[in-house]
Design a protein around this ligand. Structure first.
Ligand SMILES: C[S@@+](CC[C@H](N)C(=O)[O-])C[C@H]1O[C@@H](n2cnc3c(N)ncnc32)[C@H](O)[C@@H]1O
Length: 268
C-alpha cells in the first residue's frame, strides 16, 4: 500500500483534531453556531493540507519504487545466484546498496573486502567476486544468529570460498573518544590493506555514533584508492561518521536512495 500512516502522519492527524476540539470549545463559550462554522472551516483546511501531504508522499514513494526496480534489474543482469536471494528487508541492505557494491566489485576488482554487518549484501558481493574471479569478503557480524544465517546462505549458493562470516561480538574497544562497544577486530588483524569497506553495522541502538569507529579504527587500514561504502546515510545519526570519511576522501558520491548510500573513494 502506498499510503502508510507513519508516526509523523498520526501526529499530524491528532494535532488537527486537538486544534479543532480546542477552537470549537473556545468559540462555543460565545456562540455554538460560530463554533460550528469555525470548526468546519478548520476541518476543510486541515483535510486539504493532509491530502496535499499524502499526494507529495505518494509521488516520492513512486520515484523510490522506480529506483528500486532499476537497481533490481541491474542486480538481476549482473549476478547469477543458484537459488532465490534472501529478501531485501527493512534491516537488510537496499537494492541501491547491493547494486553499487556489485558495480564496484565488477569494475574495480577489489581484493580485500571487509564488511561490517552481514546479510544479503554479503551474498551478492560473493556472487560478484566469483564472477570477477578475484576478491574475498570478510564480513563481521555481532549477532551469532544472523552470522549463521548468512554463512548458511553462502554455503547454499556455493559461495563459501568467496566470503567468510566472522562472529565478532561487540566488546569494549578503545577509540579516540574513549571506550565504546564495537566489533572485535582480531580476526582481521595483520591482514593486507582494505580495498573495499562496507559499513552497514553495528545497529545504531548499540551506541551513539555507532558507526564512527569504522573510521577511527579502520580509516588508516584502507589501501590507496580504496572504496568505503556507507549505508543508512539518509539518517541524521550517520552525519558525524559521513563527515569524518569525507574529510579524508578523494571523491564522494551520494546516492539519494530510500536509506541513503554514500560512496567514498580514498586518495590514490
Ligand atoms: C543493517 S544490518 C546488516 C544488513 C546486511 N548488510 C544485509 O545486507 O542484509 C546490521 C546487523 O543487524 C542484524 N540484523 C539483520 N537482520 C536483522 C533483523 N531482522 N532483526 C534484527 N537484527 C538484524 C545483523 O546482525 C546485522 O549484522
Amino acid at each position: 500500500m502506498l499510503l502508510r500512516l507513519k508516526h509523523t502522519d498520526t501526529q499530524r492527524i491528532l494535532t488537527l483534531f486537538a486544534v479543532l476540539a480546542l477552537v470549537t470549545a473556545g468559540v462555543s463559550v460565545f456562540s455554538w453556531i460560530w463554533a460550528l462554522g469555525v470548526a468546519t472551516v478548520l476541518a476543510f483546511a486541515g483535510l486539504g493540507f493532509l491530502i496535499a501531504h499524502y499526494h507529495r508522499a505518494t509521488e516520492e514513494e513512486l520515484v523510490l519504487q522506480a529506483q528500486d526496480l532499476q537497481d533490481l534489474q541491474f542486480i538481476q543482469s549482473a549476478i547469477s545466484p543458484v537459488q532465490a536471494l534472501p529478501y531485501f528487508t527493512r534491516w537488510s541492505s537496499s537494492p541501491a546498496l547491493a547494486a553499487r557494491l556489485i558495480g564496484i566489485i565488477k569494475k574495480h576488482k577489489p581484493q580485500h573486502i571487509v564488511e561490517l554487518g552481514s546479510g544479503v549484501s554479503t551474498v551478492v558481493m560473493a556472487l560478484a567476486a566469483r564472477d570477477a574471479g578475484l576478491g574475498h569478503i570478510t564480513s563481521l557480524d555481532h549477532d551469532p544468529v544472523y552470522a549463521a544465517k548468512t554463512r548458511n546462505e553462502l554455503a547454499e549458493q556455493g559461495l563459501s570460498k568467496w566470503a567468510t562470516v566472522i562472529d565478532a561480538p561487540l566488546e569494549s574497544v578503545d577509540t579516540p573518544r574513549g571506550i565504546v562497544p564495537w566489533y572485535d577486530l582480531s580476526s582481521i588483524d595483520g591482514l593486507q590493506p582494505i580495498d573495499l569497506l562496507i559499513v552497514d553495522g553495528p545497529p545504531r541502538k548499540s551506541h551513539t555514533d555507532a558507526r564512527l569507529p569504522a573510521y577511527e579504527l579502520l580509516g588508516e587500514r584502507m589501501a590507496p584508492g580504496a572504496h568505503v561504502v556507507l549505508d543508512d546515510t539518509a539518517r541524521k545519526d550517520e552525519n558525524v561518521s559521513v563527515s569524518a570519511w569525507i574529510k579524508v576522501s578523494d571523491t564522494v558520491e551520494s546516492i539519494p536512495s530510500r536509506k541513503g548510500v554514500t560512496i567514498i573513494r580514498m586518495p590514490r
